[in-house]
Design a protein around this ligand. Structure first.
Ligand code: MTE
Length: 303
């Protein structure tokens, strides 16, 4: 797909690119319905679940971003003056070539594509979001991971002056997450630079955040400043906070409940006052693409 400038995107272009995206996944474009405000229906990478793209107003006002507070409304209310420029991302650790890039260098290095993926939060709700970004593997390859690189650790910026939540010990700051190298290299793992054909709002993790569609939402770190290739499995902030509740893998799995609640179904955000619930699917519906990463593994033990 061609590189698209945000300013050039018209709803029609988004529509056409969405058709391309759906085609690429091998679904028939005939089954794609687009509504008046681009709030149409699209097939996620899931055979049987037809889903609505969540309206932008929910995606940008109902957020988890503990650096700005723990209420869903805190991120949109408290992040508007957060400075996302200048911003550097460093990739280091077990690499042949340590690199530091500005956000603009990153955005200009790779074609930005629209990718419609569902975000399933561990709390039991989900949204279907048109992300803008590129596969993380392209960026990691720039640094040439060496033979010792078995895991990847992502670190969010630490800036308590700008991030009021970091003044309190809600989590061990800075927010850290990790993936196995093959998970990080999987084409579904996406570095996100925008939403709905526009810049990424601060509350959604500007200027750079991850989306790992088959894992619970907390694996998708926001405001990333460092990516470190490492030999040993990193301890994420959530594992550190509550190891019995949050494991390293955190693959969406309706058969493994959170110790305090079921993971069998999820609330569809934006589905009206009667709040629709749908069954949660293994790997968030992306099993046909990622299940092979875990063949032979006990996913109850490796939750
Ligand atoms: N990244 C950072 N740095 N801090 C956070 O608190 N919350 C996570 C994830 N990334 C979080 C984070 C959780 S729990 C979820 S569900 C998603 O971000 C929410 O992303 P969204 O607000 O864009 O929907």
């Amino acid at each position: 797909m061609k590189k698209v400038k945000y300013s050039e995107i018209t709803p029609e272009k988004i529509y056409l690119r969405r058709r391309e995206f759906v085609k690429k996944l091998g679904f028939s474009t005939g089954s794609l319905m687009i509504g008046q405000n681009m709030i149409g229906k699209a097939f996620a990478a899931n055979d049987n679940l037809q889903e609505k793209i969540t309206e932008r107003r929910y995606v940008t006002t109902y957020n988890n971003y503990y650096e700005f507070g723990t209420r869903k409304s805190d991120p949109v209310e408290k992040s508007q003056n957060f400075k996302t420029s200048p911003w550097n991302l460093t990739i280091d650790g077990e690499v042949e070539k340590k690199i530091t890039l500005t956000v603009n260098e990153i955005k200009n290095s790779f074609p930005i594509e629209e990718k419609i993926y569902r975000l399933r939060c561990v709390e039991g709700w989900s949204m279907v979001i048109p992300w803008m970004g590129f596969s993380l593997n392209k960026l990691l390859e720039k640094a040439s991971p060496n033979g010792k690189a078995k895991f990847v650790e992502f670190t969010t910026v630490f800036d308590p002056e700008q991030m009021p939540g970091q003044r309190y010990p809600i989590l061990k700051w800075p927010y850290k997450e990790g993936l196995r190298i093959d998970e990080a290299m999987h084409p579904l793992t996406t570095m996100v630079t925008g939403l709905y054909g526009k810049e990424l709002p601060n509350q959604n993790g500007a200027p750079l955040r991850l989306i790992v569609p088959w894992k619970y939402g907390f694996k998708s770190s926001k405001a990333i400043v460092n990516i470190k290739l490492v030999e040993k499995m990193p301890i994420s902030s959530w594992m550190q906070a509550s190891p019995k509740e949050y494991g390293f893998y955190s693959n969406v799995n309706p058969r493994v409940n959170h110790p305090r609640w079921s993971q069998a179904s999820e609330r569809v955000i934006g589905s009206g006052i009667l709040s629709e619930r749908i069954p949660t699917t293994m790997f968030n519906g992306y099993g046909d693409q990622v299940a092979n990463l875990y063949s032979g593994m006990d996913l109850k033990k490796n939750f």
